[in-house]
Design a protein around this ligand. Structure first.
Ligand code: GLU
Length: 438
């Protein structure tokens, strides 16, 4: 059965790049009627925080990306220890003692000699006595012994991949303090949980090569892999520095609609155009991972504003009833207001702006050159309540009295009634307004 996982480390808030990973994995599972697992990669006890785990769940809930099961790596440490024992028994895990400074020196020497900075496996040559002596000084950590062969897989996005394991350092799987690192924990989880597809960012390509070998050493066939390209800013600049401003919670606070975000992310970087989808089922139906390319994908948060606006404009009033109710607007009134304002709501909080105008009226906005004109027009304005034809009646009367027409007529009158130059169709809005200009 198709089983995927989204495996964030609860060490920070999810950002748009994480969303891409979560969404692709979720879509693959849902399209196949399979299982989607939320896996918290929390083996780092210092950096992992419950608050971040809660925030991850909250963000996925907001997006509607529900998971069938949650797993936490911190609850599976015995599994990782058992796998490490198996690897030790197979002589694929060896103890090493070099400090970061020593390793750095080795790397510099290799680079100076024009050689790739691959760990030289000096630890393998240590005698038992030398090892014991080192162990008395500092705790040893554990490296996986790579088989110096080519590692190949057919990536669902990048296509055929071939990485020479001799060009990669033996990965550290267990730290000196005993902490199991992501590479081992992830392999154990992916194989034991029956993960069929691993979708993640292209920054994990090298990990994939080593993970395939670790899986084989543990007696497992690898899953299918897909590595999506990393997101860049609109000008192609690395997004990482700005990711703080692109956390999912910031986008949510800015009023971005989940379906706008999902519609964009389900297509950005693919051969197909971005299409606004009404719901997740439509996104599932239109998704094909093979349509995505290896090139870096430009992400512009500015694209989300029109998508959110279009999404909201297409909603029936029922979809925004809770927003009206929160403002104390009764259902019958909401049903009258929504058709008038729906094309001018970029985010749900804009509903409050128009309801405020409808209830309270506005201080007129009058250009100096329009002062006399607006004064004359306001003298012709009957008091509210205004009838259905109020806008045509008033503008007609003002036109007859002043001779103004077109924009010179309509814009100052809109600004006088609403206090702003933009907004809903005045013919629809004016009958809703409960107060004259202040
Ligand atoms: N915790 C890893 C990350 O956040 C998961 C990578 C993976 O999907 O294997 O990058």
């Amino acid at each position: 059965m198709t089983t995927t996982r989204f495996a964030p480390s609860p060490t920070g808030y999810l950002h748009v790049g994480n969303l891409r990973t979560a969404l692709f994995n979720w879509l693959i599972a849902r399209a196949a009627g399979g299982t989607f697992i939320l896996r918290l990669d929390d083996t780092d006890p210092e950096r992992s925080k419950t608050a971040y785990a809660d925030a991850i769940r909250e963000d996925l809930d907001w997006l509607g990306l529900h998971w069938d099961r949650e797993e936490r790596q911190s609850a599976r440490l015995d599994r990782y220890a058992a796998a490490a024992d198996r690897l030790r028994a197979e002589r694929r895990l060896y103890e090493a003692f070099e400090t970061p400074a020593e390793l750095d020196l080795k790397r510099k020497k290799q680079l100076n000699m024009g050689r790739p900075p691959v760990y030289d496996r000096a630890a393998l040559a240590l005698t038992e006595d030398a090892r014991a002596a080192l162990r008395a000084e500092r705790p040893g950590y554990w490296r996986f012994l790579l088989d110096p062969a080519r590692i190949e897989w057919d990536d669902l996005i990048l296509g055929p991949q071939s990485i020479d394991a001799a060009s990669v350092s033996d990965p550290v799987l267990i730290r000196g303090d005993g902490q199991v690192l992501y590479t081992l924990a992830s392999v154990v989880d992916d194989t034991e949980m029956g993960i069929t597809h691993v979708v993640r960012g292209a920054d994990h390509v090298t990990n994939t090569a080593t993970q395939i070998q670790i899986m084989a050493a543990l007696g497992h066939a690898p899953p299918a892999f897909a590595h999506h390209s990393l997101l860049t800013g609109a000008q192609g600049e690395a997004l990482s520095k700005r990711l703080g401003t692109l956390s999912l919670r910031d986008l949510r606070a800015a009023g971005v609609e989940p379906m706008a975000l999902i519609s964009l992310m389900a297509r950005l970087g693919s051969a197909d155009p971005v299409e606004l989808r009404p719901d997740l089922d439509a996104v599932i139906a239109g998704f094909d991972i093979a349509r995505f390319g290896a090139a870096p994908t430009k992400f512009d948060a500015g694209d989300l504003t029109p998508l959110s606006a279009h999404f909201l404009a297409a909603r029936p009033v029922g979809a925004v009833m809770a927003d009206f109710a929160a403002l104390g607007v009764a259902a019958a009134e909401a049903e009258r207001i929504w058709p008038a304002i729906r094309d001018n709501v970029a985010r749900r909080s804009d509903i409050a702006v128009w309801v405020g105008l409808i209830r309270e009226g506005a201080a007129p906005l009058i250009a100096p050159e329009d002062e006399a004109f607006v004064a004359e027009a306001l003298a012709l304005l009957p008091p509210p309540p205004w009838v259905e034809t109020a806008w045509a009646d008033w503008t007609g009367a003002v036109k007859a009295a002043t001779g103004r027409k077109g924009k010179a007529l309509f814009l100052p009158l809109r600004k006088a009634l609403t206090g702003r130059a933009d907004g809903p169709d005045m013919a629809a809005l004016m009958p809703l307004l409960q107060k004259p200009p202040r």
